[in-house]
Design a protein around this ligand. Structure first.
Ligand SMILES: *[C@@H]1O[C@H](CO)[C@@H](O)[C@H](O)[C@H]1NC(C)=O
Ligand SMILES: *[C@@H]1O[C@H](CO)[C@@H](O)[C@H](O)[C@H]1NC(C)=O
Length: 389
Protein backbone atom coordinates (compact mmCIF):
# COMPACT_ATOMS: atom_id res chain seq x y z
CA UNK A 1 0.00 0.00 0.00
CA UNK A 2 1.39 3.37 -1.00
CA UNK A 3 -1.55 5.55 -0.10
CA UNK A 4 -0.41 7.27 3.10
CA UNK A 5 1.31 10.20 1.48
CA UNK A 6 -1.38 10.81 -1.08
CA UNK A 7 -4.15 10.76 1.47
CA UNK A 8 -2.22 13.25 3.59
CA UNK A 9 -1.27 15.44 0.67
CA UNK A 10 -4.66 15.37 -1.07
CA UNK A 11 -6.18 17.10 1.93
CA UNK A 12 -4.23 20.18 0.87
CA UNK A 13 -4.76 22.50 -2.06
CA UNK A 14 -3.71 20.93 -5.35
CA UNK A 15 -0.65 23.18 -5.70
CA UNK A 16 0.59 21.71 -2.45
CA UNK A 17 1.02 18.29 -4.11
CA UNK A 18 4.68 18.83 -4.35
CA UNK A 19 7.82 19.83 -2.58
CA UNK A 20 11.07 21.73 -2.98
CA UNK A 21 14.52 20.25 -2.65
CA UNK A 22 18.03 21.70 -2.72
CA UNK A 23 20.89 19.76 -4.30
CA UNK A 24 24.58 20.49 -4.75
CA UNK A 25 27.04 19.20 -7.34
CA UNK A 26 30.76 18.75 -6.68
CA UNK A 27 31.44 20.80 -9.84
CA UNK A 28 30.00 23.98 -8.25
CA UNK A 29 26.26 24.48 -8.84
CA UNK A 30 23.58 24.50 -6.14
CA UNK A 31 20.11 23.62 -7.50
CA UNK A 32 16.53 24.20 -6.45
CA UNK A 33 14.40 21.22 -7.49
CA UNK A 34 10.60 21.15 -7.86
CA UNK A 35 8.81 17.89 -7.13
CA UNK A 36 5.25 17.70 -8.45
CA UNK A 37 3.19 14.64 -7.53
CA UNK A 38 0.30 13.31 -9.60
CA UNK A 39 -0.34 10.66 -6.96
CA UNK A 40 1.57 8.93 -4.14
CA UNK A 41 3.85 6.98 -6.49
CA UNK A 42 4.19 9.14 -9.57
CA UNK A 43 5.45 12.62 -10.23
CA UNK A 44 8.07 14.80 -11.92
CA UNK A 45 11.24 16.33 -10.57
CA UNK A 46 12.61 19.39 -12.38
CA UNK A 47 15.38 21.94 -11.97
CA UNK A 48 13.69 25.21 -10.94
CA UNK A 49 16.81 27.24 -10.20
CA UNK A 50 20.57 27.13 -10.20
CA UNK A 51 23.13 29.26 -8.44
CA UNK A 52 26.79 29.34 -7.44
CA UNK A 53 28.66 30.85 -4.50
CA UNK A 54 29.60 27.72 -2.56
CA UNK A 55 33.14 27.73 -3.87
CA UNK A 56 34.65 25.18 -6.22
CA UNK A 57 33.54 21.86 -4.67
CA UNK A 58 30.22 22.13 -2.76
CA UNK A 59 30.00 19.02 -0.58
CA UNK A 60 27.29 19.43 2.03
CA UNK A 61 24.03 21.36 2.66
CA UNK A 62 22.22 22.31 5.87
CA UNK A 63 18.74 23.85 5.85
CA UNK A 64 17.43 26.27 8.49
CA UNK A 65 13.88 26.74 7.22
CA UNK A 66 12.93 29.06 10.11
CA UNK A 67 15.33 31.69 8.74
CA UNK A 68 14.84 30.72 5.06
CA UNK A 69 18.49 29.78 5.00
CA UNK A 70 20.54 27.12 3.26
CA UNK A 71 24.17 26.73 4.36
CA UNK A 72 26.64 25.17 1.94
CA UNK A 73 30.11 23.78 2.70
CA UNK A 74 32.97 23.74 0.19
CA UNK A 75 35.33 20.75 0.02
CA UNK A 76 37.79 22.64 -2.19
CA UNK A 77 41.24 21.09 -1.85
CA UNK A 78 42.93 24.05 -3.56
CA UNK A 79 44.01 25.62 -0.27
CA UNK A 80 41.01 27.88 0.26
CA UNK A 81 37.27 27.43 0.35
CA UNK A 82 34.05 29.09 1.43
CA UNK A 83 31.26 28.67 3.89
CA UNK A 84 28.13 30.11 2.25
CA UNK A 85 24.71 31.16 3.49
CA UNK A 86 21.96 31.41 0.86
CA UNK A 87 18.53 33.03 1.35
CA UNK A 88 15.60 31.08 -0.07
CA UNK A 89 12.54 32.88 -1.45
CA UNK A 90 8.97 31.49 -1.34
CA UNK A 91 9.83 29.18 -4.27
CA UNK A 92 13.08 28.02 -2.57
CA UNK A 93 15.13 29.88 -5.18
CA UNK A 94 18.48 30.75 -3.65
CA UNK A 95 20.42 34.01 -3.45
CA UNK A 96 23.85 34.20 -1.84
CA UNK A 97 23.44 36.15 1.40
CA UNK A 98 26.92 35.98 2.92
CA UNK A 99 30.02 33.87 2.86
CA UNK A 100 33.19 33.39 4.84
CA UNK A 101 36.60 32.26 3.66
CA UNK A 102 37.83 28.86 4.91
CA UNK A 103 40.91 26.73 4.36
CA UNK A 104 38.70 24.36 2.34
CA UNK A 105 38.22 20.60 2.53
CA UNK A 106 34.98 20.84 4.56
CA UNK A 107 32.89 17.70 4.09
CA UNK A 108 30.13 18.60 6.54
CA UNK A 109 28.72 21.47 8.56
CA UNK A 110 25.93 22.19 11.05
CA UNK A 111 24.63 24.90 13.35
CA UNK A 112 24.88 24.92 17.15
CA UNK A 113 25.15 27.02 20.28
CA UNK A 114 23.75 30.33 21.48
CA UNK A 115 20.28 30.74 22.99
CA UNK A 116 18.73 29.51 19.71
CA UNK A 117 21.15 26.59 19.16
CA UNK A 118 22.08 28.13 15.82
CA UNK A 119 24.40 31.01 16.61
CA UNK A 120 27.56 29.18 15.52
CA UNK A 121 28.53 26.86 12.70
CA UNK A 122 30.93 23.92 12.82
CA UNK A 123 32.69 22.32 9.87
CA UNK A 124 34.59 19.02 9.59
CA UNK A 125 37.71 18.92 7.39
CA UNK A 126 38.54 15.42 6.15
CA UNK A 127 42.18 15.58 5.03
CA UNK A 128 43.51 18.25 7.42
CA UNK A 129 41.98 16.19 10.29
CA UNK A 130 40.29 19.25 11.80
CA UNK A 131 37.01 20.66 12.96
CA UNK A 132 36.55 24.44 12.81
CA UNK A 133 33.93 26.71 14.35
CA UNK A 134 32.69 30.17 13.29
CA UNK A 135 30.28 32.69 14.77
CA UNK A 136 27.21 33.59 12.71
CA UNK A 137 26.38 35.70 10.79
CA UNK A 138 29.12 35.05 8.26
CA UNK A 139 31.03 37.76 6.46
CA UNK A 140 34.10 38.14 4.26
CA UNK A 141 36.06 38.96 7.42
CA UNK A 142 34.80 35.97 9.48
CA UNK A 143 37.63 34.15 11.25
CA UNK A 144 37.66 30.68 12.81
CA UNK A 145 36.64 30.77 16.45
CA UNK A 146 38.29 27.45 17.30
CA UNK A 147 40.15 24.86 15.30
CA UNK A 148 40.97 21.40 16.65
CA UNK A 149 43.35 19.07 14.85
CA UNK A 150 44.19 15.40 15.49
CA UNK A 151 47.04 13.08 14.63
CA UNK A 152 47.55 9.32 14.96
CA UNK A 153 50.74 7.49 16.00
CA UNK A 154 50.16 4.82 13.33
CA UNK A 155 47.58 4.05 10.64
CA UNK A 156 44.37 2.13 11.46
CA UNK A 157 43.47 -1.40 10.29
CA UNK A 158 42.53 -0.06 6.84
CA UNK A 159 45.65 2.02 6.10
CA UNK A 160 44.34 3.07 2.65
CA UNK A 161 41.40 4.80 4.36
CA UNK A 162 42.72 5.22 7.89
CA UNK A 163 46.12 6.81 7.29
CA UNK A 164 45.26 9.53 9.82
CA UNK A 165 42.21 11.00 11.59
CA UNK A 166 39.37 11.94 9.22
CA UNK A 167 36.57 13.77 11.05
CA UNK A 168 33.59 13.32 8.70
CA UNK A 169 30.69 15.13 10.38
CA UNK A 170 29.83 17.25 13.44
CA UNK A 171 26.38 17.67 14.98
CA UNK A 172 24.63 18.21 18.31
CA UNK A 173 23.17 15.48 20.54
CA UNK A 174 19.43 15.77 21.47
CA UNK A 175 20.21 17.80 24.63
CA UNK A 176 22.09 20.25 22.37
CA UNK A 177 24.78 20.42 25.06
CA UNK A 178 27.26 18.15 23.26
CA UNK A 179 28.92 18.06 19.85
CA UNK A 180 29.42 14.64 18.27
CA UNK A 181 32.18 14.12 15.68
CA UNK A 182 32.53 10.70 14.00
CA UNK A 183 36.17 10.20 12.94
CA UNK A 184 36.53 7.75 10.04
CA UNK A 185 40.31 7.53 10.27
CA UNK A 186 40.67 7.11 14.03
CA UNK A 187 37.75 4.67 14.64
CA UNK A 188 36.27 6.90 17.33
CA UNK A 189 33.32 9.20 17.80
CA UNK A 190 34.63 12.36 19.39
CA UNK A 191 32.43 14.13 21.95
CA UNK A 192 32.66 17.75 23.15
CA UNK A 193 30.84 19.87 25.71
CA UNK A 194 29.35 22.97 24.09
CA UNK A 195 29.68 26.31 25.86
CA UNK A 196 26.41 27.73 24.55
CA UNK A 197 27.36 31.36 25.09
CA UNK A 198 30.84 31.35 23.60
CA UNK A 199 30.50 28.42 21.18
CA UNK A 200 33.64 26.91 22.64
CA UNK A 201 34.03 23.13 22.54
CA UNK A 202 35.73 21.20 25.37
CA UNK A 203 36.72 17.55 24.77
CA UNK A 204 35.02 14.66 26.58
CA UNK A 205 36.31 11.04 26.44
CA UNK A 206 35.89 9.57 22.93
CA UNK A 207 33.61 6.60 22.12
CA UNK A 208 35.37 3.70 20.42
CA UNK A 209 34.04 1.79 17.44
CA UNK A 210 35.32 -1.63 16.35
CA UNK A 211 38.75 -1.33 14.69
CA UNK A 212 38.25 -0.69 10.97
CA UNK A 213 34.64 0.52 11.27
CA UNK A 214 35.41 4.03 10.03
CA UNK A 215 32.48 6.03 11.54
CA UNK A 216 31.16 8.73 9.20
CA UNK A 217 27.65 9.93 10.24
CA UNK A 218 25.16 9.23 13.05
CA UNK A 219 21.75 9.88 14.62
CA UNK A 220 20.21 9.67 18.09
CA UNK A 221 16.88 8.02 18.90
CA UNK A 222 14.98 7.99 22.21
CA UNK A 223 13.73 4.45 22.96
CA UNK A 224 11.80 2.97 25.90
CA UNK A 225 15.12 1.70 27.29
CA UNK A 226 16.82 5.07 26.96
CA UNK A 227 18.71 7.14 24.43
CA UNK A 228 20.49 5.29 21.61
CA UNK A 229 23.07 6.48 19.09
CA UNK A 230 23.36 4.86 15.65
CA UNK A 231 26.65 5.18 13.81
CA UNK A 232 27.05 4.77 10.07
CA UNK A 233 30.44 3.12 9.57
CA UNK A 234 31.72 3.83 6.07
CA UNK A 235 34.89 1.70 6.03
CA UNK A 236 33.27 -1.53 7.31
CA UNK A 237 29.84 -0.82 5.72
CA UNK A 238 28.08 -1.34 9.04
CA UNK A 239 25.82 0.35 11.56
CA UNK A 240 26.81 0.51 15.24
CA UNK A 241 24.23 0.81 18.02
CA UNK A 242 25.40 2.64 21.17
CA UNK A 243 23.74 3.23 24.54
CA UNK A 244 23.89 6.98 25.10
CA UNK A 245 23.97 8.21 28.70
CA UNK A 246 24.61 11.49 30.49
CA UNK A 247 26.78 11.07 33.54
CA UNK A 248 24.94 13.96 35.18
CA UNK A 249 25.36 17.70 35.64
CA UNK A 250 28.78 18.78 34.53
CA UNK A 251 29.30 15.25 33.20
CA UNK A 252 29.88 14.09 29.67
CA UNK A 253 27.78 12.27 27.11
CA UNK A 254 29.00 8.65 26.95
CA UNK A 255 28.39 6.20 24.08
CA UNK A 256 28.72 2.42 24.68
CA UNK A 257 28.68 0.07 21.71
CA UNK A 258 26.08 -2.69 22.04
CA UNK A 259 25.49 -4.06 18.52
CA UNK A 260 27.00 -3.87 15.03
CA UNK A 261 25.23 -5.02 11.86
CA UNK A 262 26.37 -5.04 8.24
CA UNK A 263 24.58 -2.64 5.90
CA UNK A 264 24.58 -5.47 3.34
CA UNK A 265 22.38 -7.95 5.21
CA UNK A 266 23.83 -11.44 5.50
CA UNK A 267 27.29 -10.57 4.21
CA UNK A 268 30.04 -8.19 5.25
CA UNK A 269 30.97 -5.21 3.10
CA UNK A 270 33.87 -5.54 0.67
CA UNK A 271 36.75 -3.07 0.59
CA UNK A 272 35.32 -1.68 -2.68
CA UNK A 273 32.01 -0.85 -0.94
CA UNK A 274 31.54 2.31 1.12
CA UNK A 275 28.41 2.95 3.17
CA UNK A 276 27.63 6.67 3.23
CA UNK A 277 24.48 8.00 4.89
CA UNK A 278 22.20 6.98 7.73
CA UNK A 279 18.69 8.32 8.46
CA UNK A 280 16.06 7.40 11.02
CA UNK A 281 12.32 7.79 10.38
CA UNK A 282 9.39 6.49 12.43
CA UNK A 283 10.99 3.43 14.03
CA UNK A 284 13.08 2.48 10.99
CA UNK A 285 16.69 3.14 10.13
CA UNK A 286 18.04 3.44 6.60
CA UNK A 287 21.65 3.29 5.42
CA UNK A 288 23.05 3.80 1.93
CA UNK A 289 25.60 1.51 0.29
CA UNK A 290 27.97 2.80 -2.38
CA UNK A 291 29.21 0.42 -5.06
CA UNK A 292 27.37 -2.76 -3.99
CA UNK A 293 25.41 -2.75 -7.29
CA UNK A 294 22.88 -5.15 -5.70
CA UNK A 295 20.22 -4.09 -8.19
CA UNK A 296 22.35 -4.25 -11.34
CA UNK A 297 24.92 -2.08 -13.07
CA UNK A 298 25.15 1.29 -11.29
CA UNK A 299 22.12 0.41 -9.13
CA UNK A 300 23.27 0.51 -5.49
CA UNK A 301 21.13 -0.18 -2.44
CA UNK A 302 19.64 1.34 0.68
CA UNK A 303 19.49 -0.99 3.70
CA UNK A 304 16.33 -0.96 5.82
CA UNK A 305 16.47 -1.83 9.55
CA UNK A 306 13.67 -1.94 12.12
CA UNK A 307 14.46 -0.32 15.48
CA UNK A 308 13.21 -2.37 18.45
CA UNK A 309 11.14 0.19 20.37
CA UNK A 310 11.93 -1.53 23.70
CA UNK A 311 15.72 -1.75 23.58
CA UNK A 312 16.80 0.15 20.47
CA UNK A 313 18.43 -2.90 18.86
CA UNK A 314 18.32 -3.15 15.08
CA UNK A 315 16.92 -5.94 12.92
CA UNK A 316 17.89 -6.00 9.25
CA UNK A 317 14.83 -6.00 6.96
CA UNK A 318 15.96 -5.78 3.33
CA UNK A 319 17.92 -3.94 0.67
CA UNK A 320 16.02 -1.70 -1.73
CA UNK A 321 17.06 0.06 -4.94
CA UNK A 322 18.58 3.53 -4.53
CA UNK A 323 18.14 4.14 -8.28
CA UNK A 324 21.65 5.50 -8.57
CA UNK A 325 25.33 4.73 -8.34
CA UNK A 326 27.14 5.83 -5.13
CA UNK A 327 24.11 7.04 -3.09
CA UNK A 328 26.10 9.51 -0.96
CA UNK A 329 23.25 11.61 0.46
CA UNK A 330 19.64 10.69 1.13
CA UNK A 331 16.92 12.18 3.32
CA UNK A 332 13.36 11.24 4.33
CA UNK A 333 10.78 14.05 4.09
CA UNK A 334 9.08 15.28 7.30
CA UNK A 335 5.84 13.44 6.51
CA UNK A 336 7.83 10.23 6.21
CA UNK A 337 6.27 9.47 2.82
CA UNK A 338 9.12 10.14 0.38
CA UNK A 339 12.88 9.67 0.30
CA UNK A 340 15.22 11.82 -1.83
CA UNK A 341 18.36 9.89 -2.80
CA UNK A 342 21.40 11.48 -4.43
CA UNK A 343 23.45 9.27 -6.72
CA UNK A 344 26.99 10.68 -6.48
CA UNK A 345 28.46 9.09 -9.63
CA UNK A 346 25.23 8.95 -11.68
CA UNK A 347 24.68 12.60 -10.61
CA UNK A 348 20.95 12.06 -10.17
CA UNK A 349 18.29 12.69 -7.56
CA UNK A 350 15.75 9.87 -7.25
CA UNK A 351 12.57 10.17 -5.21
CA UNK A 352 11.16 6.90 -3.88
CA UNK A 353 7.93 6.36 -1.95
CA UNK A 354 8.10 5.36 1.72
CA UNK A 355 5.26 3.55 3.47
CA UNK A 356 5.15 5.35 6.79
CA UNK A 357 3.42 2.39 8.49
CA UNK A 358 5.73 -0.45 7.39
CA UNK A 359 8.88 1.59 6.74
CA UNK A 360 9.20 -0.05 3.31
CA UNK A 361 10.76 1.93 0.50
CA UNK A 362 8.82 1.60 -2.67
CA UNK A 363 8.64 2.48 -6.28
CA UNK A 364 10.57 5.24 -7.98
CA UNK A 365 8.35 8.33 -7.96
CA UNK A 366 10.53 10.72 -9.96
CA UNK A 367 14.12 11.23 -11.05
CA UNK A 368 16.26 14.05 -12.40
CA UNK A 369 19.82 13.90 -13.78
CA UNK A 370 22.14 16.79 -12.90
CA UNK A 371 25.13 16.38 -15.23
CA UNK A 372 28.04 16.03 -15.42
CA UNK A 373 28.25 12.49 -14.12
CA UNK A 374 31.04 11.68 -11.70
CA UNK A 375 33.93 9.38 -12.46
CA UNK A 376 34.25 5.87 -11.00
CA UNK A 377 35.25 6.22 -7.32
CA UNK A 378 35.79 9.97 -7.77
CA UNK A 379 34.90 12.84 -5.44
CA UNK A 380 32.73 14.37 -8.16
CA UNK A 381 29.15 14.18 -9.38
CA UNK A 382 26.23 14.92 -7.05
CA UNK A 383 27.26 15.73 -3.48
CA UNK A 384 24.16 16.54 -1.41
CA UNK A 385 20.37 16.67 -1.54
CA UNK A 386 17.98 17.90 1.19
CA UNK A 387 14.26 18.62 1.42
CA UNK A 388 13.52 22.32 1.78
CA UNK A 389 10.63 22.13 4.25
C1 LIG B 1 -0.31 7.45 -10.64
O1 LIG B 1 -0.15 8.23 -11.80
C2 LIG B 1 0.51 7.54 -12.86
C3 LIG B 1 0.77 8.54 -13.97
O2 LIG B 1 -0.36 9.28 -14.27
C4 LIG B 1 -0.36 6.37 -13.29
O3 LIG B 1 0.29 5.65 -14.33
C5 LIG B 1 -0.59 5.45 -12.10
O4 LIG B 1 -1.47 4.41 -12.45
C6 LIG B 1 -1.16 6.22 -10.93
N1 LIG B 1 -1.18 5.37 -9.77
C7 LIG B 1 -2.22 5.32 -8.95
C8 LIG B 1 -2.09 4.40 -7.76
O5 LIG B 1 -3.26 5.98 -9.12
C1 LIG C 1 22.80 -0.82 27.24
O1 LIG C 1 21.63 -0.58 27.98
C2 LIG C 1 20.87 -1.75 28.29
C3 LIG C 1 19.64 -1.32 29.03
O2 LIG C 1 18.88 -0.45 28.26
C4 LIG C 1 21.72 -2.70 29.14
O3 LIG C 1 21.00 -3.89 29.35
C5 LIG C 1 23.02 -2.99 28.43
O4 LIG C 1 23.85 -3.76 29.29
C6 LIG C 1 23.74 -1.70 28.05
N1 LIG C 1 24.92 -2.05 27.29
C7 LIG C 1 26.06 -1.38 27.38
C8 LIG C 1 27.20 -1.88 26.56
O5 LIG C 1 26.18 -0.39 28.08
Amino acid sequence: MWTTGFVLASGLASHALGAKLIASHFSGPVYTLDLTLTNATSGTLKVAGQTSGCGRIPAWLTVDKASNSVYCFDESWYGSGVLAQFSADADAKLTLKSSAPTLGNSVYGSLYGGSDDKSFVITAEYSPSTITTYKLPLSASSKPLQKLEWTMAKPGPRPDRQDKPHPHSAFMDPSKKFMVVPDLGADVTRIFKINKASGELTPCPVAASHPGDGPRHGEFVETAAGLRYYSLNEVASSVGVYNATYAGDGGCLALDLTQTLSTLGDRAGKTTEKAAELRVAGGYLYASNRNDQTFGKEQDSLAVFKIDGADGKLAFQELTNSHGYYPRPFEVNKAGTLVAIGGQTTANVAIVARDAATGKLGPLVANVNLPPRGTYGGEDGLSAVVWYE
